[in-house]
Design a protein around this ligand. Structure first.
Ligand SMILES: [Zn+2]
Length: 242
């Protein structure tokens, strides 16, 4: 098999750490098509808004990934919710799971799910998982998405960060962790604490969190602070609605 035999590239979502190299991969896999969420379709073909948004959110870290290459629309497939791609004997099915990002897809393959970032980050070495929520995080949708995944009979969750995990009781526990974080962040906002101060409280209260912050390399170093800020953004937008 060579790269030209690859038919499909299937990202869960287009954040730079997942699909920033998508255009480069598509160049190497000359016959492949990429399956993306309808809301990501335009961003990956006309990359300027995508790159600007990534730079706003990731700052210096975006430079580590570099600017993505655009993918022509003729090589993109827009995957609606429920879209099913036949892979011979098996198929892979798109489940839209917004919250972490509006353009997030969880891919269901048999009884396993490629969850991307929709169920947070899984640290197998610490036996812990934590939320990951960027600037435009939608807490309501994230919880609905977790519930949607929980309603499917799954054996394994396949995390991009970091690897496979038994699905047994995992998603209900994940929803609880998201709620717990949101509770702590809300309390911090009410007390006018900064994101760093709120993260310190989380470091004290959530076993494994501090270790996960130290052990996973430069591109993960600001992740938990970004998550606290994503949750603070959600709270602020909700308060503005009132
Ligand atoms: Zn992401």
């Amino acid at each position: 098999m060579t790269l030209s035999d690859i038919d499909y590239i299937i990202p869960t979502h287009i954040h730079l750490d997942h699909f920033g190299g998508g255009g480069h991969i598509m160049e190497s896999c000359e016959n492949a098509k990429a399956l993306v969420h309808p809301k990501a379709y335009k961003h990956v073909s006309e990359i300027d808004a995508w790159w600007e948004g990534s730079r706003d959110f990731l700052g210096r870290v975006s430079e580590l990934y570099g600017k993505p290459k655009p993918i022509t629309q003729s090589r993109l497939i827009s995957a609606e919710d429920g879209y099913e791609l036949s892979l011979g004997k098996q198929s892979i099915k798109a489940l839209h799971t917004p919250g972490h990002a509006p353009h997030h897809i969880t891919w269901i393959y048999g009884n396993d799910a490629f969850v991307g970032d929709s169920a947070g980050l899984w640290y197998p070495d610490l036996d812990s998982s934590f939320p990951v929520t960027p600037g435009y995080y939608r807490h309501d949708l994230a919880l609905q998405s977790i519930e949607k995944m929980e309603s499917i009979n799954l054996d394994f969750l396949l995390y991009t960060h970091f690897g496979p995990r038994s699905a047994k009781n995992t998603l209900s526990q994940t929803a609880k962790e998201f709620e717990l974080w949101m509770g702590i962040v809300k309390e911090g906002v009410a007390r006018n604490l900064t994101s760093t101060q709120i993260l310190d409280i989380l470091f004290q209260q959530r076993p494994g969190l501090l270790e996960s912050n130290k052990n996973h390399g430069v591109h993960q170093s600001g992740t938990h602070l970004g998550t606290v800020e994503g949750m603070m953004g959600w709270i602020r937008r909700e308060n503005e609605k009132r």
